[in-house]
Ligand binder design. Structure first.
Ligand code: SF4
Ligand code: SF4
Length: 501
């Protein structure tokens, strides 16, 4: 029996009929079929209930006739039962399903980046002018040797493989299938222009993107989609994905409807089949197992590529990370609970995992205490919003950061969180050819390059203010940070002093 729908609309679509010229742009732009034209009365109408608040129509309307805002109609809420709790319970009582959501944890947990303040040089330690003096953002990822031996002026030590990036900002794992080809191509092209890296995620490497091999991180996840020797050898870095910040402890699922055409070819699975990544890697149940996979991948790539291991930031992350380094990982990728995703059970996205700030500080501290910090680089991910977050992460101990949501925003994403539906009006998280074509890879590339370039300029300005002329000199130097509004316990875990001290 079909159940009556008790859901209030989330957004209000208001049209100024004095401005509207019935051009029907909004009707064509909305993948959710909110707008329609009634010939009889020669007027546009909106089905408010279908609106997801992506703002595509409002941005594209040539006369500025549309305003999309949160719907004023509200359930009666109180301190315990918020609008969101009510909406989710009503939705589930109608469907019996799991509530899914895209993008990252949007709960009001403290953002610790906003509670950390940077230092600036004054009288005794002068600042550096980045416009007139060299300022180095170049970063080397991979294990560093304990010592090096030079004989007759020549380096004779065997160095582990290193990957050079021009700025410590990388594009995080966004798989083809979850995002459109156009979006992944833009990430690859932008990475090549910037001298940084993008990450295939677990969707395999499309044959047209092999030309960006010098800027590619390939993932080996539990589903092993698209993994073969060519794939591994096309990478600068091979990354084993154990976990993801947006959904720690659970696997991934790309529905069969999205496994079409080139997505199925690239993933090496039949079209129309669900691409299921099991929660665990079925050959990893111990650090020894992880070590075997790390060395199998090193063997397959002739020991020429650093192997990274990506985990979600969880409670005992420091102990796990030391095990990973001892197992042979050259890079540890830590993903905090604000990290984005195409689709996750909302209840897990919002309640499992820990903030990247604590995970990063705990891992860096532990590796230093154990004397093995040089054996692996740390890449931190999970909700970086601007250059200040990045530079604070470096001061807390990261070698580089992964940005995902910020990259999507650069390409046009407005955080409507409907990626899991496959209807992305901005052409980013969709396989619908009509929608995907909206994303022009050339324009998206330029926007991505601009974002990372702007952040890099700002990082140089901040470094200059700190009196530091190289990003590598800042790494793990927490004396440049002070905490504000934090408890003693929080300050202790972050390894940061209070403001005024
Ligand atoms: S895009 Fe703007 S002007 Fe065109 S039909 Fe829609 S509301 Fe009217
Ligand atoms: S990628 Fe598209 S569907 Fe996902 S949050 Fe952004 S605009 Fe919405």
């Amino acid at each position: 029996m079909a159940l009556a729908c008790f859901k209030l609309p989330e957004f209000l679509v208001e049209r100024d009929y004095d401005k509207c010229i019935n051009c029907r742009v909004c009707e064509r732009q909305c993948g959710w079929e909110v707008h329609s034209y009634d010939e009889e009365v020669d007027k546009m109408f909106a089905d408010t209930e279908k609106c997801v608040g992506c703002q595509r129509c409002a941005v594209m309307c040539p006369t500025g006739a549309l305003v999309i805002s949160p719907h004023p109609g509200r359930y009666r809420e109180h301190g315990n039962w918020t609008q969101e709790h009510l909406r989710d319970a009503i939705r589930q009582s109608e469907t019996g399903g799991v509530v899914l959501a895209g993008s990252g944890n949007d709960k009001d947990y403290p953002v610790y980046w906003d509670k950390l303040l940077l230092n600036a040089s004054q009288v005794t330690n002068p600042s550096i002018d980045p416009l007139r003096e060299p300022m180095e953002l170049r970063t080397y990822l991979g294990a560093k040797p304990e010592s090096i031996e030079v004989r007759d002026g020549k380096l004779v030590s065997q160095l582990p493989p290193q990957v050079q990036v021009e700025t410590p900002i990388l594009f995080s794992a966004l798989s083809y299938g979850a995002i459109s080809f156009q979006a992944q191509e833009a990430l690859a092209r932008a990475a090549a222009e910037l001298g940084i890296l993008y990450n295939t995620g677990e969707g395999g490497l499309h044959h047209d993107l092999y030309r960006y091999r010098g800027n590619t991180i390939v993932q080996v996840a539990s589903g092993r989609f698209g993994v073969d020797p060519d794939y591994l050898n096309a990478a600068r870095i091979v990354e084993i994905k154990i976990g993801q910040g947006a959904k720690p402890g659970i696997g991934g699922h790309l529905p069969g409807e999205k496994v079409v055409g080139e997505v199925s070819v690239t993933r090496m699975i039949p079209a129309g089949t669900d691409a299921i990544s099991p929660a665990p890697q079925h050959d990893i149940y111990s650090i020894e197992d992880l070590s075997m996979l790390i060395y199998a991948l090193k063997e397959a790539t002739n020991y020429q590529k650093p192997v990274s291991v990506k985990i979600a930031a969880v409670h005992n992350v420091a102990a796990i990370a030391t095990g990973m380094v001892r197992a042979g990982a050259d890079i540890i990728a830590l993903d905090g609970f604000r990290g984005g995703t195409g689709a996750a059970p909302k209840i897990i996205r919002d309640n499992v995992g820990i903030p990247i700030e604590f995970a990063l500080a705990a891992v860096d501290t532990r590796l230093r205490q154990e004397g093995i910090r040089n054996r692996a680089s740390i890449i931190a991910g999970g909700g970086f919003r601007n250059s200040a977050d990045v530079i604070k992460a470096i001061a807390l101990g990261a070698d580089a950061v992964y940005i995902g949501t910020a990259a999507l925003v650069a390409m046009g994403c407005t955080l409507c969180q409907k990626c899991y539906t496959g209807i992305c009006n901005w052409g980013i998280t969709t396989q619908n050819p009509y929608l995907a074509k909206r994303l022009n890879p050339e324009i998206a590339t330029e926007r991505l390059v601009n974002l990372v370039t702007g952040w890099s300029h700002e990082i140089k300005e901040m470094l200059g203010g700190l009196g530091v002329n190289s990003i590598e000199s800042l790494r793990g130097n927490r004396l440049h940070l002070r905490g504000i509004g934090l408890t003693h316990g929080e300050l202790e875990t972050l390894g940061v002093r209070m403001v005024g001290q």
